[in-house]
Write a protein of this length. Structure first.
Length: 264
């Protein structure tokens, strides 16, 4: 047997382990249904690099892992949606079609490239009614999971999913859904993420045309006030004693300057 030989099975296992470790270093993202749509919640220390975004009229996107890698997927999804909506009809752009596109691309990269993408993605679509809602979770190897009610990915996803399963119930209000999401993202005995490090958005079926809405500022504060135990307020950084700017560059999970390649 030649020196340095590795079987195809071993190569695939190594690539899968590499991707899983990278994704686990990021912070978890929670996506769950509530009575009027779909809620996205993610701890995110960066104000510039979003983990949650809009793709099209009724479609939202959430991801964990390497920002530069899932940002490419997001932009590709927007191009796909714009071209198909313009060529055919806006109603022809669906979450399932987008999930299939991502699955094909992720699977091809995983099998053909030396390194797989260190990303996990959720594509969510809000319907006219609750029965029309859809949540698709895609893993680094192109596998697609049609989730019902909620989904969690990144970080300690298994533990977060367990806490979601214990607390989730159908037809929750938005405030109740946010309370469930925050409880699931908080380790037992730990502190909840500060308000300033929360990224929250919804797909609200009651909105006209574009359903995606990012919840920030006073709107998020009012919603958090309705939860049972609001997360702590963001700490105000102390004034600089050396005359430097008080606004530091966004940082990654380990406190290093985030250049877009760190797991989020």
């Amino acid at each position: 047997m030649p020196f340095g030989y590795a079987s195809p099975e071993q190569i695939m296992r190594d690539k899968a382990d590499y991707a899983r470790k990278g994704i686990a270093r990021g912070r978890s993202v929670v996506v769950l249904q509530y009575v009027d749509g779909i809620l996205f919640v993610a701890p995110n220390p960066s104000r510039a690099l979003h983990k949650i975004s809009e793709i099209y009229d009724r479609i939202g996107f959430a991801a964990v892992g390497r920002y530069n890698e899932f940002e490419e997927l997001r932009l590709g999804g927007i191009r796909y949606a714009d071209i198909n909506g313009y060529t055919y009809d806006r109603s022809d752009v669906t979450g399932r079609g987008l999930a299939n596109l991502y699955a094909s691309n992720l699977g091809r990269i995983f099998t053909e490239s030396i390194k797989s993408l260190e990303v996990e993605v959720v594509v969510a679509e809000v319907g006219e009614t609750k029965d029309g809602d859809a949540i698709y979770r895609l893993t680094f190897d192109g596998s697609v999971f049609d989730e019902h009610g909620f989904a969690a990915m990144g970080g300690q996803a298994e533990a977060v999913s367990t806490r979601l399963k214990e607390r989730y119930r159908e037809s929750m209000s938005l405030a109740d859904a946010l309370e469930v999401a925050l409880a699931a993202l908080t380790e037992p005995g730990g502190e909840r993420p500060p308000v300033g490090q929360l990224e929250v958005a919804v797909l609200d079926r009651n909105r006209e045309h574009r359903k995606f809405l990012r919840l920030t500022g006073a709107r998020l504060d009012r919603l958090l006030a309705q939860t049972t135990t609001p997360p702590p307020a963001a700490a105000t950084p102390p004034p600089s004693s050396e005359g430097t700017s008080p606004e530091a560059p966004p940082t990654g999970p380990e406190g290093d300057v985030d250049d877009g390649s760190s797991p989020l």
